[in-house]
Design a protein around this ligand. Structure first.
Ligand SMILES: N[C@@H](CCC(=O)N[C@@H](CS)C(=O)NCC(=O)O)C(=O)O
Length: 337
């Protein structure tokens, strides 16, 4: 795999699986916090006065294919931050040179700020000696000309809490009174579900694959039951926890099921997860953040170890826009947002 080492692009360094054949995700490197945002207890950081929350100042670099970047697009859409934070979209295909900008391709944009060819150029601009993977999402600050943060879980908390006054819609995706519960859920679903699909798909031995798949479907069964009686993961309101669940579920039937061999069951076969997924998809602005073509192209063509011929699987034909009837789980007066 490829990464930056002392600011140089190297294609011979990074091993994604360990000796036991299990996938190991690397740590992200830029971890500044927007001024005035709420830093969760498990994170050792302080809001930084250099980074004031302001409309027009910050920029997101994303891939529509990436579930981590998708979290940031969802928060941006649900809070009405589209005019305050602009977005550049990379090519869904990632080759030896890493993420690249190919504005001529459907759904992609140029690097609107710098006109770069590759995302790694931004990382080097932010830190000429950077030693790290070059990942999306990236929250870029046009004032300090640097990367604020490239860890999705942290970026969404900075947007939901630091940008409350900036968003055009009065939506609180991480109310203070709920943050502990939301953080617990996000942590609980990360290893078996969000990262679990990757652990299954990238395993190079039977045992770690089976361990990952078993944990994944146990966790999906568990949350399917939870969602029998409540509309969202933390109760009646849609929160960051649902955003973190959504970006894995929306990719599941089209890619994780087949490409990553998470094929015990489709999401559309679950009694409650499937209507829950449709409920989320039908919230205002959400459908516009979902690009199934980018998602499929990315996974099936970018992992030659997994799908060497780069053939994009055709199905399944499912309708995220079909009625879900989950309003019945809440009081009629409760707005989900
Ligand atoms: N922990 C990071 C993970 C981000 C991540 O791994 N993004 C993938 C795309 S889905 C990426 O950019 N991978 C490129 C690489 O690892 O070289 C986050 O949540 O933001």
């Amino acid at each position: 795999m490829n990464m930056l080492v002392d600011g140089e692009w190297r294609t011979d360094t990074y091993q994604a699986t360990n000796e036991e054949g299990a996938f190991e995700r690397g740590e992200t490197t830029f971890r500044n916090w927007i001024a005035g945002s709420d830093v969760p207890e498990h994170i050792d950081a302080e809001p930084d006065e250099r980074f004031e929350a302001e409309a027009g100042r910050y920029h997101l670099y994303v891939s529509y294919a990436c579930p981590w970047a998708h979290r940031t697009l969802l928060v941006r859409a649900l809070m009405g931050l589209e005019d305050a934070i602009d977005v550049s979209v990379v090519d869904p295909w990632r080759g030896d040179d890493g993420w690249q900008f190919t504005p001529e391709k459907e759904g992609c944009t140029p690097d609107k700020l710098h006109g770069s060819d590759y995302l790694r150029e931004l990382y080097v601009e932010a830190d000429p000696d950077a030693t790290c993977r070059v990942t999306v999402p990236v929250l870029w600050d046009t004032k300090e000309e640097t990367i604020v943060n490239n860890e999705s879980r942290e970026i969404i908390r900075m947007l939901t809490t630091g940008f409350r006054e900036v968003g055009e819609r009065d939506v609180d995706l991480a109310p203070e009174s709920k943050q502990e519960e939301i953080d617990e859920i996000i942590t609980e679903i990360y290893e078996p579900i969000n990262n679990g699909v990757y652990r299954a798909g990238f395993a190079t031995k039977q045992e770690p694959y089976e361990e990952a798949v078993t944990e994944l479907f146990d966790a999906l069964d568990h949350w399917n039951e939870v969602l029998a009686d409540q509309r969202f993961l933390a109760g009646d309101k849609l929160t960051e926890a649902d955003i973190c669940m959504f970006t894995t579920l929306i990719r599941f039937d089209h890619v994780y099921h087949t490409h990553f061999m998470c094929n015990v069951q489709y999401i559309h076969q679950y009694e409650h997860l499937w209507p829950y997924l449709r409920d989320m998809y039908q919230q205002p602005g959400v459908a516009d953040t979902v690009d199934i073509d980018h998602i499929k192209e990315h996974y099936y063509t970018t992992h030659p170890d997994v799908t060497p011929h780069g053939i994009i699987a055709k199905g399944p034909d499912i309708d995220f826009a079909a009625p879900h009837d989950r309003e019945r789980l809440t009081n009629a007066a409760t707005n989900p947002l």
